[in-house]
Design a protein around this ligand. Structure first.
Ligand SMILES: Nc1ncnc2c1ncn2[C@@H]1O[C@H](COP(=O)(O)OP(=O)(O)OP(=O)(O)O)[C@@H](O)[C@H]1O
Ligand SMILES: [Mg+2]
Length: 293
């Protein structure tokens, strides 16, 4: 199993849209995919389930694993199968499962702050809960787990970093979006160091391999417009590569998709956005194959 976090402390950059499309795209290629919604806004959950379906899942959300005293032995009872996307996947041997979010997921962040303030030596244990859950035999059926993080870098985001092998940072090619990337990198380095200094008997966390995926790119003649190219060049370094394929800006295509419960990547191939999303899925697959175990 390989675990990918989709994280950027900037809001509204396309994290959830990218996660939904990668998940569905990988499932269409025969992968057994688990999505976990780590955002109290529950946008990923509501991209696959109607609000009625989601409300029935109360008590079976990722909060029920992360916030203690739930009495669960593993995360298996929290897994749901979103119906519409799996219907669309049809005869693919892959499928898409999900653990949805809860609007009260912030309780995990609040408890993490309280616990680590009262006793700093609990830092690693607090941030290990998700990694621990994912490492259990009950999760072994999945090829790939995708973690959709909320904006910011709170205890939920840090837990995702502790758990993942690869970090995808969706970024809009503009001044404000690209500016924060360096500080995010520094926060991740600090987090990994703090975790490992308090890890006790836990295995050390390795810094996940990061990659940028440019989103909401304005294209002209098949290339990003000249205004956006300098921002792209500014953030990409040998240690922080970017996917060659990018998500073009198209509100009319991406806006309605969550309402249908089927991401754009599973749409008709005539659509430019479907093609570019499939290229992003291919690049992710290649990156995962090349990861050092
Ligand atoms: N490539 C795109 N082109 C145009 N609009 C997009 C694109 N990708 C996403 N959007 C739209 O932008 C909005 C924000 O997208 P999304 O929810 O994926 O961002 P996010 O980073 O997850 O936000 P948050 O930080 O709130 O979690 C949504 O309305 C979505 O439909
Ligand atoms: Mg989101």
């Amino acid at each position: 199993m390989q675990i990918v976090s989709v994280l950027n402390h900037k809001g509204g950059v396309g994290k959830t849209t990218l996660t939904a499309n990668l998940g569905a795209g990988l499932a269409a290629r025969g992968k057994k995919v688990l999505l976990i919604d780590l955002d109290p806004q529950a946008s990923l959950s509501l991209s696959f389930f109607t609000s009625e379906e989601w409300s029935v899942l109360a008590g079976r959300t990722i909060k029920d694993w992360l916030v203690p005293d739930s009495g669960l032995d593993d995360m298996k009872p929290l897994i749901s199968s979103p119906p519409r996307v799996n219907d669309r996947l049809g005869f693919s041997s892959g499928y898409l499962d999900m653990i949805v979010a809860d609007n009260d997921l912030d309780q995990f962040n609040e408890r993490a702050i309280a616990r680590t303030a009262a006793d700093p030596s609990t830092f690693a244990e607090v941030h290990d809960r998700l990694r621990h859950g994912l490492s259990m035999p009950a999760m072994a059926e999945y090829d790939i787990v995708l973690l959709d993080c909320s904006p910011g870098f709170d205890a939920l985001g840090r837990s995702a970093v502790a758990a993942c092998d690869l970090l995808l940072i969706p970024t809009r090619p503009d001044y404000l979006s690209t500016n924060g990337i360096q500080s995010l990198g520094k926060k991740i380095v600090d987090f990994v160091a703090t975790f490992n200094s308090h890890r006790g008997k836990l295995s050390p966390v390795r810094r996940p391999a990061p990659s940028i995926v440019f989103t909401m790119v304005q294209m002209y003649g098949g290339r990003p417009i000249a205004d956006q190219r300098p921002y792209m060049a500014q953030v990409v370094t040998p240690n922080l590569p970017a996917f060659e394929s990018m998500m073009s800006d198209s509100k009319s295509v991406y806006g309605p998709a969550p309402n249908h419960g089927v991401p754009v990547v599973l749409g008709g191939l005539g659509r430019a956005q479907t093609r570019e999303l499939r290229e992003i899925v291919t690049e992710l697959t290649e990156r995962l194959e090349n990861l050092v175990p």
